[in-house]
Design a binder for this molecule. Structure first.
Ligand code: IMP
Length: 441
């Protein structure tokens, strides 16, 4: 019975939603293990469009149990909005949605601190989503965070809130010259949220353990991507959680010994939102064309994404850090009109060519990409469902990427629709889920 993690290979927005959507019908449980409502994906089911930030998209598949694990930080107001939108469209949450008692809350002072800190950083700002995710994880590590279970105990919640308000108001007023908060203005709405959320708050680590004991399959849905991981990403231009496969264990309480495989999702090129080094970033008309063709605008903030060529150094690093068994490659069709497609095969730094990802932040910032040029295929791959249907040059591009990455592709996406997909026969994905083809065609 496979329990599988899906992670982003790059800086997020790789199209994990499509891959998760294809696998979900073949598992019993889908779990989010890190991040918060900084993530966002839009799922289209028939004529309905759903935007999900904190709830796993598995909720749109009837009967799938969805878990928000202890590693997630939850903005309860935003979560309830998502829940209400789902309920209005007939989605059943009761018995399908489970929220960890230990997940930390995003409090109103967290987005305020997030924005104030960004403003203070000036040109060194991270370019956060402004949702308060970083400051909520700061409180978690500082051991003053407020957790889901605290919402259910009014006396304890008030006590922790009072302590935090005293501390946060000093920070907001004295350091950031920003607006402060009163206990009452937070207490009342949060106690209302408690009433809404109470039926869903539970010991999810125990539930997951029992479900796995009884043979249920679990899909761990990563948010953001490897390069935004707090330990392994391009620090300090990262998000504040463990986005890589290891986070699936710590962020849920499911031990590594019960996880059987990891699929990485990567675009056929690269994008990044926010600040920080990005060696293969394209400037000018080519970058602009990719942004338009790929509709590269943030799902949460609407910000234009920075676009760049495929970076094999990053992809190989993601294989190593996550232990990837296979890669799902998305948005191949976005490159259809490129005369030449570039692939980064090394970083030039002070006269040396590096072929492993440099951990040192200054090296990454100064790295110049070493490119290999691949001849563009200048033909449509949109909607292709078989490798044999691709132009020879597009197949050559895929073969070269696979060779550089060192693990096989399990799926190549050639369009936004579910069926616009090439499923690779006899890959880890088809071995774990032999009937996965049925969810595509
Ligand atoms: P934060 O997660 O809001 O603190 O933002 C930190 C960095 O992560 C910024 O560069 C954001 O643009 C980036 N980030 C956070 N969530 C996502 C996502 O879902 N996709 C892409 N980038 C993200």
């Amino acid at each position: 019975m496979p329990n599988i993690v899906v992670v982003g290979v790059q800086w997020g927005d790789e199209g994990k939603g499509k891959v998760v959507d294809v696998i979900t019908p073949h598992v019993d449980v889908v779990v989010r293990y890190q991040g918060g409502n900084n993530a966002g994906h839009t799922v289209v089911v028939g004529r309905e469009k759903y935007v999900l930030h904190s709830i796993p998209s598995g909720i749109l598949h009837p009967g799938r149990r969805c878990v928000v694990g202890c590693g997630v930080v939850v903005d309860p107001g935003s979560l309830i909005e998502e829940m209400e939108a789902l309920v209005q469209r007939g989605v059943t949450l009761d018995g399908n949605l489970f929220i960890s008692r230990n997940a930390h809350l995003i409090m109103p002072y967290h987005p305020a601190l997030d924005r104030a800190s960004e403003a203070k950083l000036g040109r060194r700002r991270i370019g956060t989503t402004g949702k308060g995710v970083g400051p909520a994880y700061v409180d978690k590590a500082a051991r003053v965070g407020i957790r889901m279970a605290d919402l259910l105990d009014e006396r304890l919640f008030r006590e922790k809130l009072e302590l935090n308000i005293a501390q946060k108001n000093r920070l907001l007023r004295d350091i950031y010259d920003a607006q402060t908060f009163s206990v009452e203005e937070i207490l009342n709405p949060y106690l209302r949220y408690a009433g809404w959320l109470a039926p869903y708050i539970t010991d999810t680590a125990l539930l997951l353990s029992r479900w796995i004991d009884s043979g249920y399959d679990v899909l761990f849905e990563g948010a953001q991507g490897t390069m935004l991981d707090i330990d392994h990403g391009t620090y300090p231009y990262i998000t504040s959680s463990s986005t890589t496969a290891g986070g699936a264990a710590t962020g849920t309480g499911v031990p590594p010994t019960r996880i059987h495989g990891v699929i990485g999702v990567s675009k056929a090129y690269t994008t990044r939102v926010g600040g920080g080094p990005f060696p293969t970033e394209m400037s000018g008309a080519v970058g602009e064309a990719i942004r338009t063709r790929g509709n590269e605008y943030g799902a949460t903030t609407g910000r234009p994404r920075r676009c760049g060529w495929f970076d094999a150094i990053v992809a190989r690093y993601a294989v190593r850090i996550n232990g990837l068994d296979a890669v799902a490659l998305t948005k191949l069709d976005v490159l259809d009109q490129c005369e030449t497609v570039k692939v980064c095969v090394g970083y030039r730094h002070r006269g040396e060519v590096l072929t492993e990802f440099p951990e040192d932040e200054t090296v990454m910032a100064e790295a110049e990409p070493v490119y290999e040029d691949v001849s563009g295929w200048l033909a449509s791959t949109n909607g292709a469902q078989n490798l044999a249907d691709l132009p020879a040059k597009a197949r050559h591009y895929l073969d070269r990427l696979e060779e550089l990455i060192g693990v096989p592709f399990c799926l190549v996406s050639t369009g936004a629709q579910r069926a616009e997909t090439i499923l690779i026969e006899d890959s880890p994905l088809t071995r774990w889920f032999p009937s996965v083809r049925t969810s595509l065609f």
